[in-house]
Design a protein around this ligand. Structure first.
Ligand SMILES: O=C(O)CCC(=O)C(=O)O
Length: 269
C-alpha cells in the first residue's frame, strides 16, 4: 500500500494522525527555494569535507551523514515557521528542541536497504554515567549514544524533509501504522505496512518508535533519494544527569529564556 500526501490543513489534524498512527505526511511543508538552498548546502558541505564519518559510495557520493547541526546551519531554522513549527508545538509543547540531524541518500550507484527497526538511540554528551534509564552505550561517528527508554522516545518527533521526489523507484520508507507506542512490538504488523511516496518539499513527521524499513532503489534508476532527518525532543532535561549532545531550543523556549534572563537582570537591579 502507498501513502500519498493528504492535505493536513491544521497542525491539530496532523497531531491527531501522529497520535493515532504514529506519522503523517505534510505536503509542501518546505518551500521550493528552501529545498534548493538545503540541497546546495548539503552538496557543498558533504563534498568538501574529508570527514571519515561520512559514508560514501565508490564514486564519492555521500549516502549517509550524521551530526549535521554545525555543518548545515539552515537545519536550525528551516522548521521555525508555518505548519512545521505549529505541528512541533502541537505534538511536543512549547519547550521542545532539535537534538540530532542526519542526512540519507540512495545514490544510483550505491543504493541500500534497511530492515525493520525503530529509532531508539539518542546522542548524549556523556554515555558512561551510571543509569537505570539508558542502555547500550555506543559511539556513532565520534558522538556518544545510548538507547533511551520508551518514555523519552514517546516525547520525541522526527521530521524527514524530502529533497527529492520519492516513488517505488528510489526505495521509499515503509512504515507500520500504529506501531509507535513501545519497543516491544518491533517486527509486528508488517503486513499492514505503507510506503511513503512524497514530492519534493513534503515532510514526513513520525514518532521514533514507529516501525520502519526501506528497500533498495530499482536497478538502473537515475534518481537520488535525499532526505534530511531532524529529531526533536519535548524536554531539555534527561534523567540520571544525562544531557542531550545538542539541544537547539525552539523559538518559544528561547524567547521565554530571554525574558527570564531579562527578568532576573531586572530583579538583580
Ligand atoms: O531513510 C531510510 O530509508 C531509513 C533510515 C532509517 O530509518 C535509519 O537510519 O534509522
Amino acid at each position: 500500500m502507498t501513502l500519498q500526501p493528504t492535505a493536513f490543513t491544521t497542525a491539530a489534524e496532523a497531531a491527531r494522525s501522529i497520535d493515532d498512527r504514529g506519522f503523517c505526511l505534510l505536503p509542501q511543508a518546505v518551500e521550493p527555494a528552501m529545498v534548493q538552498g538545503l540541497l546546495a548546502r548539503c552538496h557543498a558541505a558533504l563534498t568538501a569535507t574529508a570527514d571519515p564519518h561520512l559514508a560514501r559510495s565508490s564514486r564519492g557520493h555521500v549516502y549517509a551523514a550524521r551530526n549535521l547541526l554545525e555543518v548545515i546551519p539552515e537545519v536550525k531554522t528551516c522548521w521555525r515557521s508555518g505548519v512545521l513549527l505549529e505541528t512541533l508545538r502541537e505534538v511536543l509543547g512549547q519547550r521542545f528542541g532539535l537534538v540530532r540531524v542526519l542526512f540519507f541518500d540512495k545514490p544510483p550507484d550505491r543504493t541500500w536497504a534497511l530492515a525493520w527497526h525503530k529509532d531508539t538511540a539518542i546522542a548524549v554528551r556523556d554515555n558512561a554515567l551510571p543509569t537505570s534509564q539508558f542502555s547500550r552505550p555506543t559511539v556513532k561517528a565520534g558522538v556518544p549514544h545510548v538507547i533511551a527508554s520508551d518514555e523519552i522516545l514517546r516525547r520525541m518527533l522526527t521530521l524527514r524533509i524530502h529533497l527529492d521526489e520519492v516513488t517505488d523507484e528510489n526505495g521509499p520508507l515503509q512504515v507500520v501504522p500504529g506501531s509507535h507506542r513501545s519497543k516491544t512490538d518491533e517486527g509486528a504488523g508488517i503486513n499492514a505496512a505503507v510506503a511513503i511516496h512524497a514530492a519534493v518539499g513534503d515532510v514526513l513527521a513520525m514518532r521514533p518508535l514507529l516501525s520502519h524499513s526501506s528497500g533498495a532503489s530499482h536497478p538502473g534508476t537515475t534518481r537520488h533519494r535525499r532526505i534530511l532527518h531532524l529529531e526533536f525532543a519535548a524536554d531539555e532535561q534527561l534523567p540520571d544527569g544525562y544531557h542531550w549532545h545538542d539541544f537547539v531550543a525552539s523559538a518559544a523556549a528561547e524567547e521565554r529564556c530571554g525574558t527570564e534572563n531579562a527578568c532576573e537582570e531586572t530583579a538583580r537591579g
